[in-house]
Design a protein around this ligand. Structure first.
Ligand code: ADP
Ligand code: MG
Length: 686
């Protein structure tokens, strides 16, 4: 079996399970191997029953006393057993699993692992896992992976398939041996085995190190190649200084900040200069990057040329489209604004394709749909990528290849990266920074509270809604998963709870698994004020701008990375009213509290990122990733800055060596690069 085979090739994966995997974005065996656990669990050591207290997870080594009984309640069958270990006695209970009775009768002695509750005057373990001594020993040594799941597939099943995939799918290591040796990197197949099933923390750290190196290295090679064949390119669309943007600014209801003006000056100079623009525009959330993109695009239109802006989500693309249409009116301009996303019907798409092929002064707004083969532009002179950290180098490249002549390239990002790292990651770009927020804004007021303050928070939201404002509530899950953490909130059940508690407010939910037209409808209704409370996953994390929203409440805040929380918080504080961010921390972990305190005391993305980095230990890297930066699954540019530098040196060295002497190119590495390229081409044209 090869890694590129479909997951359906794995023993036991039928069409139904295949569908479930696809829902998780796992199509091939390789996808499965690269879908790393979101966290790990260490199973507890054996505890004496007499030492047990409620609401915690334990492992106990017990005898089954008497005969377990199955009770039929109106809703389900419940299996009850009495167990003892010589130090005490307690109950064990399983729901909907009557068949376990025989196993318990046969086994008599076993180890149970589960959460203990205190009920009817005694301790009871709920839904425990049943293990024999040997199995327990095996598990106790390692760390158990916890995967992202979907309804219909349990963590245990998932792990089983990953084990199969690891056994059956061979793969060759594409990283040249000398590089591996120099940096002490383990073989790729070992790294994959260990990242899924580490025997201990050290192994996990080493495995991760190898895989992070790969991500950086391959990314940087791609980028270097990209840079190689672009380099400095003469400006095919030179503009004369004409005061166009200045005139528009007089009609703007606000004045640009000094930082915006400075950046705009740099951008305009690029358009008027000798070389094509290749620029990164960095600015914290809410610093006002969109208006700058619009001004440039409008100036292009005025000179009779097309420009396009690509956003990472449908929702964001639609929002930009609406904003652009509104600005057109406000500025009394009359250029066509076109929207192209996957959400359009086939007929609508055909119409837009046609207009894109004809209207030479259009401002085009869209998602990935903009870079598909079918789209052919009339005379594309400027491409803008919004929230660049969500896209890969390839996408940027494909986008700029869409022009007949090399168009100007502007990429915008809200991720605060130190300049040294930005130079590596965006090595081919000039950098402009908008380091100032519009003046009228009141700083957001923050608080971090425990789950017992939930209702107080809802009441607070009611108060804001009564003042005419709106609120977001973020939950980490879409739906309650079957065997996962029940402590985590999910948008579907949460919305029900909120509706019940706040009957006077209109609430709705939004998540990435809804179809596009549903998503757009909800976002539109929220933007129009028809929905007052939007319960959402992190799909609204990037770019969304509804200035009337004043509360951002984040459930299970400990589950998110700080940069991600900062992005989420950036959805409020966009208007003149005071805004609030309520983070609900449901863990007792001291580290989690400390991390959240950083956010509680700072609204500055740059400061947060650097403090976050200082606080982390080597074992801290799962479950708290920065928001999906670039195309990295594992790598975190802050935490792994050291490896990024190493990978950068190796990539440079490899490129210059293989350019000097093509025989020095590594066959396997080159094959891997072109394989990834083809894979990418296939996926964007799906
Ligand atoms: P981001 O940089 O995060 O993409 P946006 O471009 O979405 O931020 O801008 C956030 C909000 O601030 C928008 O409603 C925008 O119209 C407004 N805005 C932009 N610049 C200014 C300014 N100089 N003064 C006041 N409001 C501004
Ligand atoms: Mg934005």
């Amino acid at each position: 079996m090869s890694r590129t085979d479909s997951v359906a090739c794995l023993h036991g994966v039928g069409p139904k399970t295949e569908k479930l995997f696809q829902k998780l974005g796992v199509y091939t065996v390789e996808d499965m191997l690269l879908a790393f656990p979101r966290d790990y669990r260490k199973i507890p050591g054996i505890t004496d029953i007499r030492e047990i207290s409620a609401e915690r997870e334990y492992a106990v080594n017990v005898r089954i006393e008497g005969t377990p009984v199955v009770k039929n309640t109106s809703r389900m069958q419940v299996l009850l057993a009495r167990v003892s270990d010589g130090t005490g006695v307690m109950g064990a209970v399983w729901y909907r699993m009557p068949y376990l009775k025989n196993q318990l009768m046969a086994q008599r002695e076993c180890i149970l692992i589960g959460r203990v509750v205190y009920k009817n005057g005694r301790y009871e373990m709920e839904q425990p896992e049943i293990l024999d001594r040997q199995k327990y020993q095996e598990m106790a040594e390692g760390l158990q992976p916890i995967y992202n799941l979907t309804k219909g597939i349990t963590n245990r099943q998932y792990s089983k398939y990953v084990k199969l995939a690891l056994q059956e799918a061979g793969g060759t290591d594409y990283l040249p041996l000398d590089i591996r040796r120099r940096h002490n990197l383990m073989a790729q197949s070992d790294a994959l085995t260990r990242i899924h099933f580490p025997e201990n923390m050290d192994q996990l750290v080493d495995a991760r190190r190898r895989l992070v190196f790969d991500e950086f290295f391959l990314f940087l090679l791609q980028m270097q190649r990209f840079k190689e064949h672009t380099g400095r390119i003469p400006n095919h669309f030179p503009l004369e200084p004409d005061g166009f943007c200045e005139r528009l600014l007089q009609k703007l209801p606000f004045t640009l900040t000094d930082a915006q003006l400075r950046a705009l000056g740099e951008l305009e100079r690029d358009l008027e200069g000798a070389d094509t623009m290749q620029r990164l525009l960095q600015g914290d959330v809410g610093s006002g990057k969109t208006i700058l993109a619009f001004l440039l695009m409008a100036r292009m239109a005025a000179s009779g040329r097309q420009s396009a802006i690509m956003a990472p989500t449908e929702v964001l693309a639609k929002q930009h489209y609406d904003t652009f249409c509104q600005w057109m009116k406000q500025f009394e301009l009359d250029f066509p604004v076109l929207l192209l996303t996957g959400a359009l019907t086939a007929k609508q798409k055909r119409e837009v394709y046609e207009r894109i092929a004809q209207e030479e002064n259009a401002l085009i707004v869209g998602t990935h749909a903009l870079i598909q083969e079918k789209v052919s532009y009339r005379n594309l002179a400027l491409v803008v990528t919004d929230e660049q950290h969500r896209f890969g180098v390839r996408q940027r490249e494909t986008f700029s290849d869409k022009g007949m002549e090399q168009p100007h390239v502007l990429v915008m990002s809200a991720t605060p990266i130190p300049r040294t790292l930005a130079i590596i990651l965006y090595g081919d770009l000039d950098i402009s920074v908008v380091d100032e927020l519009p003046a009228r804004r009141l700083p957001i007021k923050n608080c971090v509270v425990g789950g017992q303050k939930r209702e107080t928070s809802w009441n607070f939201i009611r108060g804001e809604v009564e003042k005419g404002h709106q609120a977001y509530i973020i939950c980490p899950l879409v739906e309650a998963d079957e065997d996962g953490d029940t402590e985590l909130e999910d948008v579907v059940s949460y919305t029900k709870k909120v509706k019940k508690y706040l009957p006077g407010c209109s609430a709705a939910f939004l998540h990435g698994k809804m179809n596009n037209s549903e998503k757009n409808q909800i976002m539109e209704d929220f933007a129009a004020g028809k929905i007052q409370i939007l319960v959402s996953t992190t799909v609204i994390e990037v770019g969304i701008n509804v200035p009337n929203a004043t509360v951002m409440m984040i459930e299970n805040a400990q589950r998110f990375g700080l940069a991600q929380l900062h992005q989420l918080r950036g959805r409020v504080g966009r208007g003149d009213a005071q805004s609030y961010c309520i983070m609900i921390n449901t863990s007792n972990n001291e580290g989690a509290q400390k991390r959240l305190d950083i956010l509680n005391h700072s609204n500055d993305g740059f400061e947060i990122a650097s403090k976050d980095l200082k606080m982390r230990g080597p074992g801290d890297f799962f479950g708290i990733r920065q928001s999906g930066m670039l195309e990295f699954r594992l790598a975190d540019v802050y935490q792994d800055a050291g490896l990024l530098m190493l990978a950068s040196d190796e990539a440079k060295e490899y490129i210059s060596r293989s350019m000097e002497n093509p025989d020095d190119a590594d066959e396997m590495l080159e094959a891997e690069l072109s394989r990834r390229y083809n894979l990418y081409e296939k996926r964007i044209n799906l």
